[in-house]
Design a protein around this ligand. Sequence first.
Ligand code: COA
Length: 332
Amino acid sequence: MGARILGTGHHVPERVVTNHDLEQIMDTSDEWIRQRTGIEQRRWVVPGTGTAELASHAARKALEAAQLDPEEIDCIVFATLSADYFFPGSGVLLARELGIAERGIPAFDIRNQCTGYLYALQVADAFIRQGIYRRVLVAGAEVHSTGLDHTTRGRDVTVLFGDGAGVTILGPSEDPERGILGIYLHSDGRFAEKLMIEAPTSREQPHISQPMIEAGRAYPSMDGRFVFKNAVRRMPEVVHEALADQGLRPQDVDHWIFHQANLRINEMVARQLELPPERCYRNIHKYGNLSAGAMPALLDEVVREGRIAPGDLICMAGFGSGFTWGSALIRW
Ligand code: COA
């Protein structure tokens, strides 16, 4: 028995940070950010709010949509690159936020950055197919803002990212034609350092120190052009892989949910695949890059706008640090 999506939810913090707000704290411009990325604003938490807390708000909305109580969840799979703590993971904290910690259900953390949601989805799908767990909560959430360099030194990365969470509840699909058809994942660790946060690091004692912080090693570093080039190659590649495996063509897909890293990346991917722009959804202009939260948050928006009808075909695809990339085909 395959898995299907029972409910979706997303949540972003209230505080809106526009490109003009960033102009006040670093040497950047609304025009530069918009032209190169399509981002107009993003949301930042008030420091003190952690990733699991953000995810809990999205989870409650997803549970409501699935008409389930938190007690009915059998397993949590939590994708994030900005966990509340170095350890333990945010999955256990999410269970606690939902008031179900005492039930003792398993909680996984998945560390595959912007592709993390797809990795989490495959784990959940496999559990359900095997009959190991029935109802799995898949979270993708990030609090980036508190870990970004808010000075001009960090401008190439800081303008790109925002805080937010998306949650998907999965359960068994009674109809073999509907649900998750396939998930296709890849990684290439040769380029791990092309987009990373280096510290805290187990390679040094202590894992983090004042000199490391001053050298900027606790902030993200990125070779933007290299990441861009690889994303526009790998995303169409993994979409073709998914469609070929399922005997489908791009024209068969009703809704395209791409990772929201940069509007220009997605426009190039859509052009290569010859996709109708109105079927390629986006929320990057208002949220920036939510990494693991991006695809589930966008899926939830599209679902709540009533755009997806039973039987529609959804294709998701993303690329990120690792490098990691992947795609998913879902029959709604
Ligand atoms: N505001 C103003 N200027 C900025 C800036 C900012 N926020 N960030 C960088 N610049 C400057 C650079 O210093 C550089 O100046 P110089 O020419 O005087 O040296 C200039 O803008 C061009 O920088 P460059 O990095 O070559 O720009 P780009 O055209 O490659 O665009 C990105 C930069 C980050 C928008 C682009 O590379 C990108 O989107 N890459 C993919 C990133 C991504 O998707 N990451 C997440 C993957 S999950």
